[in-house]
Design a protein around this ligand. Structure first.
Ligand code: ZN
Length: 166
């Protein structure tokens, strides 16, 4: 369901093929190649602002390189954003290893991800920084598809995959 007359604008669901590097011409650290393109509702902050802003006006098949500085990406790395949490805060059968991501819920019910930085005798050191915080991101992106969002998607503020009811 792709309309070739469309260009990226608020209220459209974008299917995006992307490749991410930390250096121009460097090693690929993330890519949609071999998977479904990333799908999101443009204008809702579903993706980082530096990438979302760069997509406006692109048509299906258009491709470009986008450099995103930390302020427009995942923010600066905050050396204070670490916290030791007692072992008994986690289920006893849960095996925690450095680098693993955990889903937590803040006071407003919003789910966010934190990372295990270290497992110590006195507790688990959690890193609240996003793993991409502080990094300049070099994307190559291509618009794989564009469609109008459904009323439900517009109400929810995010794209739905076919068949799922979020
Ligand atoms: Zn939804």
């Amino acid at each position: 369901m792709t309309d070739t007359e469309l260009t990226v604008a608020d209220g459209l669901v974008v299917s995006l093929d992307y490749t991410l590097r930390f250096d121009e011409g460097g090693e690929v650290v993330d890519t949609s190649a071999g998977q479904e393109p990333l799908e999101f509702l443009q204008g809702q902050g579903q993706i980082i602002p530096g990438l979302e802003q760069a997509l406006y006006g692109m048509a299906v098949g258009d491709e470009k390189d986008v450099t995103v500085v930390p302020a427009d990406g995942y923010g600066d790395f905050n050396p204070e954003a670490f916290q030791v949490v007692p072992h008994d805060a986690f289920p006893p059968d849960m095996s925690l290893t450095p680098g693993m991501g955990l889903h937590m819920r803040d006071n407003s019910g919003q789910v966010f991800e934190v990372y295990v930085a270290d497992v110590r005798p006195d507790g688990v050191l959690l890193d609240f920084n996003h793993p991409l915080a502080g990094k300049t991101l070099y994307f190559n992106v291509k618009i794989a598809g564009l469609r109008s969002a459904t009323d439900e998607e517009l109400t929810h503020g995010h794209a739905h995959s076919p068949g799922d009811e979020q």
